[in-house]
Design a protein around this ligand. Sequence first.
Ligand code: HEC
Ligand code: HEC
Length: 282
Amino acid sequence: MLSAAIVLAGATLGTRAFADPVDETLEIDGVAITTVAPAPSQPEGHPFEEVKSGWLYREPDTRAMEADSFENPGMLNVERGEEIWNTVEGEAGKSCASCHEDASETMQGVGATFPKWSEATGKPINVELQINRCRAENMQAEPYAFDAQDQKDLTAYVKHQSLGVPVTIDLAAGEMMSWWNRGKDRYYLRTGQLNLSCATCHEGYNGRYIRADHLSQGNTNGFPTYRLKQGNLVSLHNRFRGCIRDTRAEFPDAFSDELMALEVYTAWRGENLSVETPAVRQ
Ligand code: HEC
Ligand code: HEC
């Protein structure tokens, strides 16, 4: 099945059919980034002993770009995000800064704890949805449409305030465990004409090349990521949908329960890795 998938996807299976991720360290703006960490031990059953950042699977040029903030094109989006943070919008006449003040203090570490349980909505919430809540309820402004450029830039700005902070998800809160379980089932479910699950590629074929792309563990710690192919930030739910589309299956709506469950489960799979937002990927 694995080889069928790779052939169908038009992979170049040549001399570089498999390669280990590189053994290198990453520092961004003097901040040490944890790119290899012990896998979370609870709940039991993590498939890897060590979790690894997608950065380790990228080509040298791409790695260098992420390591240098002046070279990372996603940092322009982060700067745009800072402008949005300070811009008054909506009937209440407020900006994000009106309430949250200096993001480098108030948002430090916050992005590393999402998705988290939201009592108010009775579901897990991610940074994009939290921003929309604040816009609707606290600013009386329109929530952003999925993947609006401002949504991506502001999400990247909020998450960037946690650069280097290890991802930690509170699965004990509310009903997070049932969402984790649901996300896990979805992760191992085979879909599409190619009959592939997330695990087929990111566990089974981890380290292999598919369409000249080196398959990582599929961790989420760098999102929104700057993708060279798109020349723009790519949100996590956009990436999920792209991966599902690649199995030739119908892909679910952004922020649907299905993708929120996957977000909970995949965030846990990459726990202990540093937030890298905005990571650079091909
Ligand atoms: C009128 C005040 C107000 C404004 C304006 C506001 N927020 Fe909030 N924000 C809050 C409050 C209160 C909470 C905590 C309660 C909640 O989750 O709604 C919060 C929570 C958050 C959190 C989660 C913090 C955590 O520790 O989990 C984030 C992230 C956030 N806001 C981002 C933003 C952004 C980005 C904007 C601008 C688009 C914004 N907020 C505008 C009041 C505000
Ligand atoms: C046909 C193989 C394939 C399947 C199936 C697949 N992916 Fe991917 N995925 C890729 C490739 C190729 C990339 C880009 C290279 C990399 O980071 O692995 C990628 C990247 C990712 C990334 C970004 C990693 C990073 O460091 O930026 C995430 C997150 C991800 N996938 C999650 C998923 C989830 C969740 C599923 C199941 C719904 C899934 N993938 C199914 C091939 C696949």
